[in-house]
Design a protein around this ligand. Structure first.
Ligand code: BES
Ligand code: ZN
Ligand code: ZN
Length: 488
């Protein structure tokens, strides 16, 4: 899909179909030329509601407000509505929130994210037919829009959406086709294309680094684990950001085997690691003036005679002992060692981890929202704020000392599960906090993406399957650090 920005008015552009966003039900706006027909068709301009007037070659879509969040999902709905048509090109006007081109960025992201299909395993491919989108600088509120700023917004949108779709592709790939070694190969290929550095630790190096908990989780799989370290190192960086991702290429639950219904979709347990890879790709392509490191713990959690067991006690990289009471709480074990390794390798100003860590997070906040945890109010607030402005949903889940006590162990330093069913997202986050060193205590936020990472019923800009949760949120956050951070 390519984009062209033009000073021509929409009417002057030669395209197959025009997309018109009806904002706040304002059907009297000059862009709405088919008021009577729309009324006849029963179009009420609700958010993401579409109406294709095939004989006019016009598609109308509703947006409740002129904000990037609403314009993004409206654009996604519009392009999805064209999925089965023969149209190849679109023309559309510019919609901005009082001249701020972030709304334009939202629209482009919406088109690209909404057009995404994953067809690797389909014999007949049904790719979205739209190849070309012309964006007219004719603005909804007749504001003068700087062409340079507008084209920068489109460029950034393309990078962010491509990175999100890259993450979606990795997550959607089946566990038999995407195991730790494959994840490492994808990371290496991406690094070569974008100029990132990429180092891959294999079992021998992992043993040398004393990452015994990660190795224990991986032990029963025929696919050996990898830890991937990607880095973007510009000259004179404004600050240093470390990202860590849970990359469980499959989570069967291990000996604490998941029930059949709960095992389906566990190919998506690599969503955190895949998001880290997508974010790194965007950071490199945007060439942000921030040093960013991405670490992925890529492991498969399986069963077998060699499997790690409930009742085992494992020693993490930082020397803490962990009593295993459930092998399905494996993500926190993989993250424990990967977080320790990441902090040993890089002293960061910001440390974020991404993980499909707990079903409890989905129960608590629903399928659409990520849970944000950590020791620092400031960090949690920052992540929640950036998520919102990037069009992702996130909410803070606060730690407390009572829940912390529930992961105490009688025989080891800490237990890998809590002694209560309740507050499972938070107790998992508090388990991870045991592996954050003093230097990073207030620099860390844990992002549980278990809900939004995998979409079983399409919503917003997300079709069925992987959503790429975390990518837009973190690209936005790092971009803003680039604008606001003082040089260190
Ligand atoms: N990968 C799962 C969490 C998950 C569940 C992600 C549903 C996405 C959708 C994780 O490894 C897990 O199994 N967690 C257990 C923890 C429990 C044993 C304490 C869970 O949430 O049930
Ligand atoms: Zn699990
Ligand atoms: Zn898992």
């Amino acid at each position: 899909m390519n984009f062209e920005l033009t000073t021509l008015s929409v009417a002057e552009i030669d395209s197959d179909v025009e997309v018109i966003i009806v904002v706040d039900n304002d059907t009297k706006h000059r862009f709405v030329q088919d008021r009577k027909l729309l009324k006849k068709a029963g179009f009420s301009a609700g958010q993401d509601e579409t109406c294709l007037l095939i004989e006019k070659d016009r598609l109308y879509v509703g947006a409740e407000v002129l904000e990037s969040r609403a314009i993004r999902t409206a654009a996604a709905a519009a392009i999805k509505a064209l999925q089965s048509t023969k149209y190849k090109s679109i023309k559309v006007a510019t919609y901005t929130n009082k001249g701020c081109t972030y709304t334009l960025r939202g629209m482009i992201e919406g088109f690209m994210l909404g057009a995404y299909t994953f067809e690797t395993y389909k014999s007949k491919k049904k790719k979205n037919p739209i190849k070309h989108i012309s964006v007219s600088l004719d603005e909804y509120s007749e504001l003068e829009i700087d062409i340079g700023k507008a084209s920068e917004a489109i460029h950034k949108a393309q990078i962010t959406a491509d990175a999100t779709n890259f993450t979606r592709d990795i997550v959607n790939t089946t566990p038999d086709d995407c195991y730790p070694e494959v994840m490492a190969t994808i990371a290496e290929g991406m690094a070569e294309n974008t100029g990132l550095t990429c180092e891959v630790l294999k079992p021998k190096e992992l043993r040398k680094e004393k990452m015994e908990t990660l190795l224990a989780v991986a032990r029963a799989s025929r696919h050996t684990p990898r830890v991937i370290h990607l880095a973007h190192k510009p000259k004179n960086p404004k600050c240093v950001v470390t990202l860590v991702g849970k990359g469980l290429t499959y989570d069967s639950g291990g000996l604490s085997l998941k029930p059949a219904d709960f095992m389906v979709t566990m190919k998506a347990d690599k969503s955190g690691g895949s998001a880290v890879m997508g974010i790194m790709r965007a950071v490199a392509e945007l060439d942000l003036p921030i040093e960013v490191h991405g670490f992925v713990g890529a492991v498969e959690n399986m069963i077998g005679g060699d499997a790690y067991k409930p009742d085992d006690v494992l020693v993490a990289k930082n020397g803490k002992t962990i009593e295993i009471r459930n092998t399905d709480a494996e993500g926190r074990l993989v993250l424990a060692d990967t977080l320790c390794y990441a902090q040993q390798e890089v002293k960061a100003d910001y440390l974020f981890d991404f993980a499909t860590l707990t079903g409890a997070c989905v129960v608590g906040v629903g399928h659409y929202t990520s849970g944000i945890m950590g020791n620092s109010e400031e960090m949690k607030t920052l992540v929640v704020k950036e998520a919102k402005s990037a069009g992702e949903l996130a909410t803070a889940l606060d730690f407390n000392p009572y829940l912390k006590k529930t992961i105490k162990s009688e025989i080891a330093d800490v237990c890998n599960i809590s002694n209560t069913r309740y507050g499972g997202a938070i107790t998992a986050g508090q388990f991870l906090s045991e592996f954050i060193d003093e230097k990073h205590t207030d620099k860390w936020a844990h992002i549980d993406i278990a809900g939004p990472a995998f979409v079983e019923h399409a919503w917003g800009e997300n079709p069925f399957g992987a959503s790429g949760a975390g990518v837009r949120l973190m690209v936005r956050l790092i971009e803003n650090l680039a604008c606001s951070e003082q040089k260190h």
